[in-house]
Design a protein around this ligand. Structure first.
Ligand code: NDP
Length: 275
């Protein structure tokens, strides 16, 4: 069994990216985070992203707005970042306060600065296999498969989850890589029957340990996107200890997909700089 550790993937991508950035010269590649309201997780992620971006030598802009801000004021702040030529990539952090219509907000984001592939425009490009910015977590799954030399072509890929940020994009990306793709979700009857057919299983449901060893085909590759809390511990959607005995390769949680996602974001900011 190969443990598909994310750090090796992230390090390789960061090294390649550093070389490209060195060629940029004195220009400051800059990302902005739009943080609205008081969600603890969003605040923690903003702090983490600031540290990561700055450590990497990027510029970082935090546009922070209070819980009481109106929807229109958030759209205005986003448009200001769109129009700011010194900002190359923008990440609106979720969740936002309930009175903000995030569907409308996201489509006010300039697709050329949409580093996490949130806009309908980029979703269209990714779905059509025409490039565009894809969500960084979906890209992290693909980067792991690629780094460890796991072919997707001709394989049956079973994706559990159909969210716009992970399930759907990773399904389309594996399809573009010539996988045969099944997408499962909460209304899929007899989930185990589908998962058991997967040569590659990508679990992105947000349900701790829902993928058990009896659901996995011997020798399958298992990519666990889930980040959940169970009895005070961070665990994935896959029952790692049992599934590792059956799978040929598996990502740990933590230390798997999550550790590659941020590096994909740094890459996307660089791509946005060139867009
Ligand atoms: P969502 O809640 O938006 O989507 C979950 C998806 O899983 C939905 O499509 C849902 O189906 C499906 N689902 C839920 N329960 C079941 C079930 N019992 N059987 C089959 N399908 C089910 O979550 P996200 O996509 O945003 O995130 C998924 C997980 O990934 C979470 O644990 C999250 O924390 C983690 N995550 C990890 C990241 C990383 O970098 N590693 C980054 C972002 C998120 P339906 O559509 O029918 O409701």
């Amino acid at each position: 069994m190969i443990e598909l550790r994310g750090k090796a993937v992230a390090d390789a991508h960061k090294e390649a990216l550093q070389d490209k950035i060195a060629a940029v010269g004195d220009a400051v590649i800059t990302m902005a985070v739009l943080l609205v309201g008081s969600d603890h997780g969003a605040h923690m992620y903003a702090t983490f992203m600031e540290k990561t971006a700055k450590n990497f030598g990027y510029g970082f802009v935090l546009r922070e707005l209070p819980e009481t801000v109106s929807h229109d004021e958030v759209v205005t702040a986003l448009r200001e970042l769109n129009d700011d030529d010194t900002v190359h990539g923008i990440l609106p952090l979720m969740p936002m306060p309930k009175h903000i219509d995030t569907e409308v907000l996201i489509d006010a984001l300039d697709p050329k600065k949409d580093i996490d592939g949130l806009t309908t425009y980029n979703i269209g490009l990714v779905t059509a296999g025409k490039g565009g910015f894809a969500p960084c977590t979906a890209k992290a799954c693909m980067a792991i498969l690629d780094h460890y030399g796991i072919p997707v072509e001709g394989k049956h890929v079973v994706v559990v989850g159909r969210s716009q940020v992970i399930g759907k994009p990773v399904a389309f990306m594996t399809l573009a890589a010539h996988g045969t793709v099944t997408i499962c979700h909460s209304r899929t009857p007899d989930l185990a029957n589908y998962v058991k057919q997967g040569d590659i299983v990508i679990a992105a449901a947000g349900r701790p340990h829902m993928i058990t060893a009896d659901m996995i085909k011997p020798g399958a590759v298992v990519i666990d996107v889930g980040i959940n809390e169970l009895n005070g511990k961070t665990v994935g959607d896959v029952d790692y200890d049992a599934v590792k005995e059956i799978a040929s390769a598996i990502t740990p949680v933590p230390g798997g997909v999550g550790s590659v996602t941020t590096t994909m974001m740094l890459e996307a900011v660089y791509e946005a700089y060139h867009a």
